[in-house]
Design a protein around this ligand. Sequence first.
Ligand SMILES: NC(=O)c1ccc[n+]([C@@H]2O[C@H](COP(=O)([O-])OP(=O)(O)OC[C@H]3O[C@@H](n4cnc5c(N)ncnc54)[C@H](OP(=O)(O)O)[C@@H]3O)[C@@H](O)[C@H]2O)c1
Length: 334
Amino acid sequence: MKAIVYTKYGSPDVLHLQEVERTIPKEDEALVKVHAASVNAADLEILRGNWSARFGGPLKPKHKILGSDIAGRIEAVGRNIKQFQPGDEIWADLSLLGYGAFAEYVCIPENALRLKPARMTFEEAAAVPSAGANALQNLRGVGSSSPSFLLSDKGEIQPGKKVLINGAGGGVGTFAVQIAKSFGAEVTGVDSPSKLDMLRSIGADHVIDYTQEDFTKSGQRYDFILDVVASRTIFDYKRALSPKGIFVMVGGSGAAILQAFLLGPLISMTGSKKMGIVMWKPNNQVDLAILEELFEAGKVVPVIDRRYPLSETAEALQYLEEGHARGKIVITME
Ligand SMILES: NC(=O)c1ccc[n+]([C@@H]2O[C@H](COP(=O)([O-])OP(=O)(O)OC[C@H]3O[C@@H](n4cnc5c(N)ncnc54)[C@H](OP(=O)(O)O)[C@@H]3O)[C@@H](O)[C@H]2O)c1
């Protein structure tokens, strides 16, 4: 089978299209023919050899094929597989399963497989797992190791609450805008000028062009701020929160992350505002079920910016690394 392989850490240039042996499913696995995959910040971080990648492979990558989010069709099943059969269309998150989505075929254990909603295209399904679950967990405050003071699942995001998403036009942000709207919030999306019309089209009630306006200095207060690309001091965000407001950081500069980790708990315990980071929990079937329901209800529809063939996965990751994507970037099989 064809796969995008890498044998050393580095930039997307180290990725190569290669013929590799097709994997054989174990007893509790299904062999899936991949129809679409999507690229995520995590692929780039692992490709470049971040701490989590180095933990498994200090000098060279442990897994040779990247890609966590896939949608495809089952070709064959191991004999212990009970709930799926050849021909089933599925989607999955392979983040905790050694990756492998950037290939024509991949083996997936039964407990990670989900039937793809019939109305969802393969490309849409591949766009959802990481970015959609990341947005959902950050808005609900329920990730893998979320500080209890950040729990917003008890109903803080209620109809009429003012929610601001910074970096709203990218992979995570486009899901966050739609999910916050589905909670009934009044949503403000902040991003570059070329994305503001798209943000309105997916439901943002207000948009802010970050090149023209700093939302932390406008005097407006928000009940919930979610920042995908945080770069300000934690005190800037605190100023923009309503008295019982919540600030959650998805990602950002090293300094911003450090402040959220160190000062977030302190601020949260000493005042009425809550601030911090929710660590994303991959392959959470509860989240995928919620996202499925929101899709079926027409409340969350993946925004896909570009599609690249498998052979151009390196270009897709380069485009993601530039940081200007409008929604998700999808890999399709030729
Ligand atoms: N918490 C967790 O467990 C976890 C897990 C996985 C990933 N992450 C994080 O999630 C983030 C990835 O998000 P993503 O895939 O949505 O990224 P993305 O697709 O690159 O989107 C980022 C968006 O932010 C916009 N932007 C850039 N600078 C901005 C600024 N100063 N103000 C407002 N908007 C700005 C970009 O638009 P323009 O460039 O056009 O301006 C783009 O629309 C990464 O930081 C990653 O580390 C977190």
